[in-house]
Design a binder for this molecule. Structure first.
Ligand SMILES: [Zn+2]
Length: 471
């Protein structure tokens, strides 16, 4: 209240009432006018169902460049003003569609940039769920999505960046049974997978459907990139007519990868896809980019052109959709499509014990030697107490260490009066494959009593000690 006196306060209130009555009257007039327009529209419109009111009441279409809306001009302005990109390339991008196969380390940055830069439709294929050990490199995912579908997570991130891009979710594994139907709907394909059978399958499918393929790979501290099946260039089979031996096929889960390496290659894949979609620059066809993170070296080498002998795209090849559907890529490459780790069965049951059995042996204090055959840098991450680290690769040259440990254990037993029994020899590794190879080798070398601990440290963590970290 105004403190200058009663008269002035009353005058103020009257002024406010008058102002509000004026505003109310204007609103009433506006409502009457709109009601009148509504009744005219309804009678004009009749039964055709179109809504002329909404057309009349919304502002006219904003001015555009002829190809781009006002919003698009503003959103993409920083790339529109590039002389070598401009409106045409942007319009091409908006009309294009890109399928990214794999929402992992390569797919993460590729998807983010493709959605952000204005590709009209982006498809994402993956059947995995987000795991904690993905997050150091698969930067499209967040902790909140652990345990949920990678496709859902990646699609949400893309939509959050650009709600005008159409994001299509394919929550399934890419297989010959669904590959053609999924890929057919897109102009360009980005291979962001990490295994050899998928590379052949995706390349062949691109040849059958005549789609350019942006192929990237990253492992450890190295990466590579090229564009296949583009403008008469080679396909993957032209370069690699026969699959590499299985031992040469490594995966991040076995060999490790520094997160930023697939990040860099994935960004370059987005760049090549943008060049192809926008019809600008010289896409990396017939050339391969090789990246070495530790030495900070990037080289681009010329690769062979399309091979006339290629079984997919060569002169006499006529790979049909039907043939493609019937190809068995796991058999062809002798390598599995899924990420589930290899499980070897090399030994008879009597040469193996479970982690639970080993735990009991330990708890009872039974005399034994435990040899951990993982590489030394794995052993440094985590190991079981009192284990002896002799990596499988150096086992042959270090058998004397096992003999020495065995002799020492035997003399301990003699000292404590337990000499009636011989100490046991157990072999462990990360997942139980190398330990079987080691036991097989030790049996050949006369250590007939060596036994494998089934499932290795992963099984130890699962079945004995949940607090034991897995990696
Ligand atoms: Zn070819």
């Amino acid at each position: 209240m105004n403190s200058n006196g009663k008269g002035e306060t009353v005058a103020e209130i009257r002024r406010e009432i008058a102002a509000l009555q004026k505003a109310k009257s204007e609103i009433d007039d506006r409502i009457s006018a709109l009601q009148a327009r509504l009744s005219t529209c309804a009678s004009e419109d009749g039964a055709n169902g179109t809504n002329c009111c909404s057309q009349r009441l919304t502002p006219p279409e904003p001015p555009s460049s002829g190809q781009l809306s006002a919003d698009a001009i503003y959103r993409y302005s920083r790339q529109l003003i590039l002389p070598s990109f401009g409106v045409e390339a942007q319009a091409n991008l908006l009309k294009s569609s890109v399928l990214v196969i794999g929402a992992g380390g390569l797919g993460s940055p590729a998807l983010l940039y493709l959605a952000a830069c204005g590709v009209g439709r982006v498809g994402i294929v993956d059947h995995d769920a987000v795991e904690l050990n993905n997050l150091h490199r698969q930067i499209i995912h967040t902790e909140a999505y652990i345990g949920r579908s990678k496709v859902e997570s990646a699609a949400a991130a893309c939509r959050a960046i650009n709600s005008t891009a159409q994001i299509v979710e394919h929550k399934e594994a890419f297989r010959t049974s669904n590959a053609l139907e999924i890929m057919r709907e897109y102009d360009i394909v980005v291979d962001a997978t990490d295994n050899v059978p998928s590379r052949y399958m995706i390349s062949d499918c691109c040849v059958v459907l005549r789609k350019p393929l942006i192929s990237g790979a990253a492992l450890g501290l190295e990466g590579q990139l090229t564009v296949y099946n583009y403008n008469g260039g080679p396909c993957y089979r032209c370069l690699f007519p026969t699959p590499p031996p299985t031992t040469a096929c490594q995966r991040c889960s076995d060999s490790g990868v520094l997160g930023v390496v697939p990040g860099i290659i994935g960004c370059l894949q987005a760049l090549e896809a943008i060049k192809v979609a926008g019809a600008v620059g010289e896409p990396l066809s017939g050339r391969m980019l090789l990246f070495d993170a530790l030495s900070a070296r990037i080289r681009v080498v010329k690769i062979r052109g399309r091979s006339s002998q290629c079984e997919a795209c060569g002169e006499n090849a006529a790979l049909t959709e039907e043939q493609f559907r019937n190809l068995d890529y796991e058999n062809f490459t002798q390598s599995p499509l899924s990420m589930s780790p290899l499980k070897l069965h090399l030994l008879p049951a009597e040469a193996r014990i479970t982690t639970k059995e080993y735990n009991e042996i330990n708890l009872k204090g039974e005399p034994h030697i435990l040899v951990d055959v993982r590489p030394a840098h794995h052993y440094k991450i985590i190991s079981l107490p009192k284990s002896l680290n002799i990596p499988l690769a150096s086992l042959e040259g270090r058998l004397s260490e096992i003999t020495a440990a065995y002799a020492s254990e035997e003399s301990n037993m003699t000292a404590t009066g337990e000499a009636s029994r011989a100490p046991s020899l157990y072999i462990i590794c990360r997942r139980g494959n190398d330990s079987q190879r080691a036991v097989e080798f030790l049996h050949e070398k006369g250590f007939a009593f060596a036994k494998d601990i089934i499932g290795g440290l992963e099984s130890w963590s699962q079945d004995v000690d949940p607090k034991f970290p897995i990696y």
